[in-house]
Design a protein around this ligand. Structure first.
Ligand SMILES: [Zn+2]
Length: 93
């Protein structure tokens, strides 16, 4: 089974307001880099944001299966790095 059929649904959202736009600094490669939600000004770390989004994925574990969830969490981290890399116009500093 290919994992591509669910990878396109990856989107990191703010657990507080559901916004998917974030500001961040040059240290975004670091797991502890600060990330600020544009929607509600909530400041969190990249690691925390991924963690919180993984938890919301877990709620849908019944739909896509536990293995897919673990895989998805890894993919999400990769996608996040890609998204941050390709979006250098948004910066905190
Ligand atoms: Zn927010």
């Amino acid at each position: 089974m290919s994992s591509d059929n669910y990878s396109r649904n990856i989107e990191l959202v703010c657990p507080t307001c559901g916004d998917s736009q974030f500001e961040y600094g040059d240290d975004i490669e670091n797991d502890h880099a600060e990330v600020r939600c544009i929607g509600c000004d909530r400041i969190t770390t990249k690691e925390e944001l991924i963690q919180e989004n993984s938890e919301s994925i877990d709620e849908h574990a019944g739909e896509i299966g536990k293995e897919a969830v673990d895989d998805l969490a890894k993919k999400m981290e990769k996608e996040l790095k890609k998204a941050f890399r390709g979006n250098k116009n948004i910066k905190i500093k």
